[in-house]
Design a protein around this ligand. Structure first.
Ligand SMILES: [Zn+2]
Length: 268
């Protein structure tokens, strides 16, 4: 008889079978324990991972709904509103025109009603990494006269006849009483890196940003290129005018300068 086989067969006695079943049961419980532990880790792990992610990532803003197209008959702007006060070489500022002014940090001042939107626009421009500078805003009658007569004098010094100099000066510096700067609603804004008031200003980062966004804050480029015959002023890619957010949006979408817009409002 093969004793090895006998011993091997002897492992299957009832007592050993019970022991083996107990061992199998233990292993089963162990496996189940490990399984639940892994499931728990996965679930908790996902949660632990999720929280910092949501804390780091700003909540997604709901997508802006597309603004409704302009419906001319529904404009809420009246041609008599202060925001669209028209002042140009043919329409002087009304006699006794008065308004409250707010002084800016740089000592300039503006109509207080335009100040909140102006601050918001300047903050947004700076937040975009740019350096805008307001180099001119409200001007007194005397200041406007000084700028105008200085311009005439420079043209005379260049040899221009007096009548031509007066006409030419008026297209660059408004005749006193006809400058928007006297309303406190106009601003000359330049890029700190390029502060010369000429057409190259339009190529600066600040002007590019303003060209795209100023209307969102109620400002428009008042003397755009191609409209000089209507505005009476040369193209000035630095001169912005506050007209309020509704008018700025309508003027931008319709491609109208202020003269055209006021005509349009009046004709409705
Ligand atoms: Zn200006």
């Amino acid at each position: 008889m093969d004793h090895t086989k006998e011993r091997a067969a002897g492992t299957c006695t009832p007592r050993r079978r019970r022991r083996r079943r107990r061992a199998h049961g233990f292993i089963r419980i162990l496996q189940l324990g490990i399984f639940f532990a892994v499931v728990c880790l996965e679930v908790c792990g996902a949660k632990v991972h999720e929280e910092p992610m949501s804390a780091l990532e700003p909540a997604k803003q709901p997508e802006k709904q597309a603004a409704e197209p302009i419906q001319p008959e529904r404009s809420s702007v009246s041609p008599d509103d202060w925001q669209v006060l028209l002042v140009n070489r043919w329409t002087p500022i009304p006699d006794g025109y008065a308004f409250e002014r707010t002084t800016l940090r740089n000592g300039q001042s503006v109509d207080s009603r335009a100040d909140p939107d102006l601050q918001e626009m300047m903050d947004a421009c700076r937040a975009a990494g740019l350096n805008p500078r307001i180099c001119s805003s409200y001007r007194t009658w005397e200041k406007q006269r000084e700028l105008y007569t200085n311009k005439i004098q420079r043209l005379l010094d260049e040899g221009m006849p007096y009548e031509d100099a007066v006409g030419e000066a008026g297209t660059v510096v408004a005749v006193p009483g006809t400058s928007e700067h006297q309303t406190g609603l106009a601003l000359d804004i330049v890029d700190t890196s390029y502060q010369i008031l000429d057409e190259a200003q339009e190529d600066t980062d600040v002007q590019r940003w303003l060209a795209e966004h100023s209307w969102e804050y109620g400002f428009v480029l008042r003397y755009p290129s191609g409209k000089s015959e209507i505005t009476g002023i040369i193209y000035e890619p630095w001169h912005y005018r506050y007209v309020g957010r509704t008018a700025a949006r309508e003027m931008t979408e319709l491609g109208l300068c202020l003269e055209e817009y006021v005509d349009w409002l009046s004709s409705r």
